[in-house]
Design a protein around this ligand. Structure first.
Ligand SMILES: Nc1ncnc2c1ncn2[C@@H]1O[C@H](COP(=O)(O)OP(=O)(O)OP(=O)(O)O)[C@@H](O)[C@H]1O
Ligand SMILES: [Mg+2]
Length: 255
């Protein structure tokens, strides 16, 4: 599944800021099986871009094509994982994971698939628990299982691990890489954490400016699983920091 983002502009209008151009003329391509990172400072338009890819919102100008077809709304082939775990508190873990598939009547082998993903996520013993009985990290793993149980072709992730502690974060990042390597989906992951970006992605897209646009695209060729202390890792980190510094200085000069 190839995604082409073609000259996207997104403008919001509200009483505070009429005609607020958030993204302007953004273009890039996502190849099938890529792990693309959208990296940028808070408020630059990362979630806006992800919402456009999900089809939750439509661009003001330009278009996004999936295998040539223009995105006009949401589709089960593109699944989204949000920053905060959003589970239905009255349903069990198992029923939460199965929820979207049940609604779409995608029920072939559903019990098996749900159990399989709960096992992968290390939650096999929690199938009958309620969300209120889970830690934040466990709840986010349930959301990841729910996002993957329908075998989406594209997984969109909006800073899903930002509120987790360092240890849980490292563990779940590793699990996500393993899942991506075994399940062959395309991932688009939003973050403002440079190390997380380099640990996960094979392509890092830097978003900066107001309105935002792509300032750089980094290809990360290090093999998986990645070592945060590896020289190549540190080199990419330095390059990205340098580019952010330049973008920041350019913004200050314009003010
Ligand atoms: N529905 C909306 N109506 C009006 N303005 C909006 C709307 N959604 C986002 N914006 C504005 O668009 C800009 C980009 O927001 P967005 O949420 O995409 O940023 P972000 O990069 O995801 O930030 P963060 O890292 O803090 O999550 C912000 O100035 C925000 O106020
Ligand atoms: Mg955001």
């Amino acid at each position: 599944m190839k995604i082409d983002i073609e000259n996207i502009t997104k403008t919001y209008s509200d009483a505070r800021k009429p005609d607020h151009v958030v993204l302007q003329d953004v273009s890039f391509a996502i190849g099938s099986g890529d792990f693309v990172i959208i990296l940028g400072e808070s408020g630059c338009g990362k979630t806006t871009l992800l919402n456009l890819l999900a089809g939750l919102e439509l661009p003001t100008k330009g278009r996004i094509r999936v295998d040539g077809d223009i995105i006009t709304g949401i589709h089960p082939s593109r699944s989204m994982l949000f920053q905060q775990p959003a589970l239905l508190p009255w349903l069990t873990v198992r029923d939460n994971v199965a929820y979207g598939c049940n609604i779409r009547k995608d029920t072939d082998n559903l019990d098996y698939r749900v159990n399989q993903f709960l096992e992968i996520m290390g939650l096999g013993g929690f199938a009958t628990a309620r969300p209120g009985q889970l830690s934040l990290g466990m709840a986010q793993r349930v959301c990841l299982a729910r996002a993957l149980v329908g075998h989406p072709e594209v997984l969109l992730l909006d800073e899903p691990f930002a509120s987790l502690d360092t240890f849980t974060q490292a563990h779940i990042q590793e699990e996500l890489v393993n899942l991506w390597l075994s399940e062959n989906f395309t991932a688009v992951f939003v973050t403002h954490d440079i190390d997380e970006a380099i640990y996960l992605g094979n392509k890092i897209i830097l978003l900066a400016g107001d309105p935002a646009n792509i300032t750089d695209i980094f290809e990360v060729k290090e093999s998986y699983p990645r070592d945060r202390n590896h020289l190549g890792f540190k080199q990419i980190r330095n390059n990205i920091l340098e580019r952010f510094k330049n973008a920041y200085l350019a913004k200050r000069t314009l003010l």
